[in-house]
Design a protein around this ligand. Structure first.
Ligand code: HEM
Length: 538
């Protein structure tokens, strides 16, 4: 059918665009009237007063007054880069997603971030890192909105405001800016013990990455993949850095926070500008799609649990290369809008209650952050697939839509747009069985074990990684004012591992409590250790 949208571009004005994305050689107002002077206000005589009628003065200052937009409510501090993803074809058996077909190359934009700090905070603080990737596939945009840690603090999105309120600076003092060293954080994670697993990842070397280029990435949730025959599997997404996984020492992180708070941002920019393009391999852990949605005793809908790679190896399915820095930080890195619901045909969500809440949260926050419902028209967010969506009007509408009947069925605009048929590669919601069960506010019992996998992580660490973890808990808990909070967290550590608990207790000058639950009998997973963690050879 005829295109229904027309987005005016600079080229349509007939004026050649200059390198900075503007047109013409002369300074103009926003309306295109040429200006003689932008250095002096219009005044009644050289000594004033300034005249209210000076439209140029008011336009210039008004626009400046509104240059800032709200920072992201979380992940405010970040850095981005453009690149490309090339698929090996090894995922074709499990998903029909076209961008994973053999040899297919897709443009991407990646934004790395810290979680808790504000937009101007330091890069090298101890925190989780965001690793969000926008694949501009020709079947619609796919956003893989992950972190550098495979588990999350909470099992249900309804707890997200709680963990973030606990982690952000205290509301009375607005300190500390961006670290976990404070009472509210340790109060929450010691009361809400499902957070203990993620908290130990934070206390490990993973919490202070050396570079964005040396971080793993994880989709965290289990997704459902659908192949061309309509068969499904459950899967977890992993990014493996070609440079291997590396961290800063605590002392390096502290020094860099003072000497160069932009350390990670600068490192990413400089590496790409120097032609040292960072690379990651995308991998999948694949599980049978059974009604129980479990694998090796792990509930795959529980985002506080991993499946050890020894039990379900990560299978490489393609390669990501970041090869171009943004031209304009605001236009690209700041305005990019990721959403876990941006899925192409072949990838679907599961009932993970954390994922389900995220499906609501991202677009809701972006309506405020990006000022209305048309942020998909911002260049960095525009899909590279044709869009014919019947969405109309709204603040900052840039398209000039034609036609009179943006609804269907209609008999006026030829009934357009056409719904896709069976052979048109449309997104299919997998018809998973929904439980015949009473409405409840409750978790499945399989979510209840909060300590086994934390012990598994601890036991999988090398001696030097354990030493770093002990020091991190001791330092961070040492910053708490409330002794009861330190004691409650020590109780959690006792339930994870008595040696760990005893060492931290000694450091804090407190007695080590006895475990209140039996210690889990778990097999260490060597793949969890950073030591010797390298990308598979080319
Ligand atoms: C932002 C990851 C859980 C709400 C982000 C970003 C990442 C991320 C990487 C930054 C995106 C960017 O660079 O622009 C994750 C992961 C989660 C998780 C891996 C758990 C597995 C949640 C939950 C909620 C939530 C449960 C809410 C219920 C948000 C919001 C933003 C955000 C509101 C800001 C988005 C924006 O302003 O564009 N998250 N998140 N996240 N996340 Fe999450």
């Amino acid at each position: 059918g005829a295109p229904q949208t027309r987005t005016p571009t600079g080229a349509e004005t007939g004026a050649p665009a200059t390198a900075n994305g503007q047109q013409g050689a002369f300074l103009t107002t926003a309306q295109g009237a040429r200006l003689r002077d932008t250095d002096h206000s219009l005044k009644a005589g050289p000594r004033g007063p300034v005249l209210l009628q000076d439209h140029h003065l008011r336009e210039k200052i008004t626009h400046f007054d509104h240059e800032r937009i709200p920072e992201r409510v979380v992940h405010a501090r970040g850095a981005g880069a453009h690149g490309e993803f090339t698929a090996y074809g090894t995922a074709e058996a499990v998903t029909r997603a076209g961008f994973l077909a053999k040899g297919r190359t897709t443009e991407v934009f990646v934004r790395f971030s810290t979680v808790l700090g504000s937009r101007g905070s330091a890069d090298t603080v101890r925190d989780t890192r965001g690793f969000a990737t926008k694949f501009y596939t020709d079947e619609g945009t796919f956003d893989l909105v992950g972190n550098n840690m495979p588990v999350f603090f909470i099992q249900d999105a309804i707890k997200f405001p709680d963990i973030i309120h606990a982690g952000k600076p205290h509301p009375d003092r607005e300190i500390p800016q961006a670290q976990s060293a404070h009472d509210t954080f340790w109060d929450f994670v010691s009361l809400h013990t499902e957070a203990q697993h993620h908290a130990m990842w934070n206390m490990s070397d993973r919490g202070i990455p050396r570079s964005y280029r040396t971080m793993e990435g994880f989709g965290v949730h289990t997704f459902r993949l659908v192949n061309a025959a309509g068969e499904t599997v459950l899967a977890k997404f992993h990014w493996k850095p070609k440079l291997g996984v590396h961290s800063l020492t605590w002392e390096e992180a502290q020094l860099l926070g003072g000497i160069d708070p932009d350390f990670h941002r600068r490192d990413l920019y400089d590496a790409i500008e120097a032609g040292a393009f960072p690379e990651w391999e995308l991998g999948l852990q694949v599980f049978p799609d059974t009604p129980e949605e479990t694998f090796a005793g792990v509930d795959l809908l529980d985002p506080t649990k991993i499946v050890p790679e020894e039990l379900a190896p990560v299978q490489p399915v393609g390669k990501l290369t970041l090869n171009r820095t943004p031209t304009n930080f605001f236009a690209e890195t700041e305005q990019v809008a990721f959403h876990v619901g941006h899925l192409p045909p072949g990838i679907d969500v599961t009932n993970d209650p954390l994922l389900q809440g995220r499906l609501f949260s991202y677009v809701d926050t972006q309506l405020t952050r990006l000022g209305g419902p048309n942020f998909a028209q911002i260049p960095i967010n525009r899909p590279h697939a044709p869009v014919n969506d019947m969405l109309r009007d709204g603040v900052h509408q840039h398209a000039v839509h034609a036609g009179v009947a943006p609804y269907r069925p209609n008999s006026l605009d030829g009934g357009n747009p056409f719904p896709a048929g069976d052979d048109d590669n449309a997104f299919v919601d997998v018809p998973v069985q929904v439980a015949q069960a009473p409405k409840v506010r409750a978790n499945p019992a399989s979510f209840d074990d909060h300590f086994s996998q934390v012990r598994l992580f601890w036991l999988s660490m090398s001696p030097v990684e354990r030493e770093h973890i002990i020091r991190a808990y001791t330092f961070e808990l040492g910053k708490c004012y409330h002794q009861a909070i330190k004691e409650r967290q020590l109780q959690c550590l006792a339930n994870i591992d008595p040696v760990l608990c005893a060492q931290v207790a000694t450091g804090l000058g407190l007695p080590a409590p006895e475990p209140t639950v039996p210690l889990a009998d778990v097999e260490p997973s060597p793949a969890l250790s950073q030591v010797g963690r390298q990308w598979p050879a080319d």
